[in-house]
Design a protein. Structure first.
Length: 501
């Protein structure tokens, strides 16, 4: 989000939706990247067939609207089997060009289904990430572009990729089985324990459907319904994303890549306010009642107090409403550390800090300077970019509220100011595509200014009581994924101004 679009009194239609578009895309990418139980065509593995290639095309729809396609290519080279899945999505946002995001997952396995390596690439106009994970003994070695560091994760068993899972299912043999295995999730950087419930499927409408698989990846996750042929080649997948059904159906290339008019999905992450909140209340103190079965550990900060209730939570927000345990040395060191999303040690950011910050200034004064710098540096026209790192945001000057927050937090850490990213909701009174009085997903920064954590926002501008913090983060994409999964479960049933005496 950017300065002229996102102040509470100066919204333009459609701009806040970029944040909700981002949350929607991240949810879709997360869901689709973890859907496949066995998205492969059969490949012969005899010595007479040392090389082989095949492909499959699928169309992707959310609700009744097409969003893009998935292309699955398989290639056998000697004793190596490569499976590459390209997910291409197109999202529409009023007032700006359509955004196209491509996520590529590649799996390398032995012909017997033994995992060797995994690769993930995300490509868009402004966000491009590359990650690789290689099996080395009993560990998975993770590497990310623009980072010299590696991460090592012990591998749980059974750990299976696409072909290994298909082979395992074929070996079950019985008409009905349950099966558990572990898969790797690049977005959350962890192994997911995946459970499959497999049963025969007979349908006169789909004569080629032989098996129905219900897939879950956690105790609270909704199952994905997968329909396969007799050899466990996936023909259709159905899951839930943003409260609607996500459907992936096999067809030919012409069908999958056929042109379509992207649907505007900005409403899916908006949360309606029970009534208009006055500007006076926004600059004061507000008590919110949140209802729903959402599973979030709502933070208590110096600006927010939160208490769980039988129906949800009660939250009070103002400049100094909350109490928070002062950070210890370890917490402050974590809030200064550089990481993949916040590369604070990059010389680019060190030079910027040295150029724009005076030698003598309070921490609050330094944060205000850094906030103004990010506001001026980033383009006034928001750009839906997937989820860019701070370095990508700086180089492209494109993005919305998350790119603003990541860049600001990075500059703060480069200036030796502890900073954390806040993912939550922001309120607007302005009309938003025909709707008024709504909360939208938002991201901003809290910096430790010496006596408290204080909010700064280079996108919307001034912090107000219209901000609700849902989670605190080091900028990791996994945190926004976790929060996004819960947004559809949240309702705001009350927002009452508390008058100071």
């Amino acid at each position: 989000m950017s300065r002229s679009y996102c102040r509470h009194t100066f919204f333009r239609p459609g701009t806040l939706g970029l944040a909700s578009q981002k949350y929607l895309f991240i949810a879709l990418a997360f869901v689709v990247a973890t859907l496949s139980a066995c998205t492969n065509n059969h490949v012969a593995t005899t010595a007479k067939n040392p090389s082989f290639s095949s492909e499959k095309w699928q169309t992707v729809s959310l609700g009744d609207h097409k969003m893009g396609y998935r292309h699955i290519a398989r290639e056998q080279e000697a004793k190596l089997l490569k499976t590459t899945e390209i997910l291409a999505l197109t999202l529409s946002q009023p007032g700006v060009p359509n955004r196209e995001i491509a996520t590529t997952l590649s799996y390398h396995e032995s012909l017997a289904g033994k995992p060797i390596a995994l690769f993930k690439t995300v490509s868009s106009d402004t966000a491009n990430h590359k990650m690789s994970a290689t099996v080395k003994g009993k560990a998975l070695i993770l590497k990310r572009d623009n980072s010299a560091s590696i991460e090592r994760y012990p591998i749980p068993q059974p750990f299976l990729l696409a072909e290994g899972l298909r082979i395992a299912l074929l070996k079950l043999g019985d008409t009905k089985q349950e099966f558990e295995y572990y898969s790797w999730n690049f977005s959350t950087r962890q192994f997911d324990k995946t459970r499959l419930r497999i049963s025969p499927y007979n349908s006169s409408e789909h004569a080629d459907y032989a098996w129905h698989i219900q897939k879950t990846t956690g105790p609270d996750s909704k199952p994905t319904d997968i329909f396969t042929d007799a050899q466990f080649h996936v023909l259709e997948e159905r899951s839930q994303s943003s409260g609607e059904q996500l459907i992936i159906t096999t067809c030919d290339k012409a069908c999958a890549t056929a042109s379509f008019v992207p649907n505007t999905h900005v409403y899916r992450q908006l949360i309606q306010s029970p009534y208009k909140i006055s500007d006076t209340a926004l600059h004061g103190k507000i008590r919110y009642q949140l209802s729903g079965d959402f599973q979030l550990d709502l933070p208590n900060t110096y600006e927010q107090s939160s208490n769980r209730t039988p129906d949800g939570a009660e939250i009070v927000v103002c400049d100094d409403c909350g109490t928070e345990t002062p950070p210890d040395k370890s917490t402050l060191q974590d809030a200064l550390a550089a990481n993949y999303w916040l590369p604070a040690q990059n010389p680019i950011f060190k030079n910027i800090v040295n150029d724009i910050l005076p030698d003598t200034s309070s921490t609050s004064g330094q944060m205000r300077r850094l906030t103004r710098y990010v506001t001026r540096h980033m383009s006034e026209e928001p750009n839906y970019s997937g989820y860019a790192t701070a370095l990508e945001a700086y180089n492209s000057r494109q993005g919305d509220c998350t790119e603003h927050a990541l860049l600001l937090a990075t500059l703060a850490r480069a200036a030796h100011i502890p900073a954390r990213v806040v993912f939550g909701l922001a309120y607007t009174n302005e009309r938003f595509l025909g709707r008024k009085y709504v909360f939208v997903p938002h991201a901003w920064v809290q910096a430790w200014t010496g006596g408290r954590w204080e909010s700064y926002d280079s996108g919307l501008g001034e912090f107000s009581a219209g901000y609700i913090a849902l989670g605190l983060s080091n900028g990791d994409q996994a945190d926004i994924l976790r929060i996004n999964e819960q947004l559809q479960k949240i309702s705001i049933t009350s927002a009452i101004q508390i008058r100071r005496r």
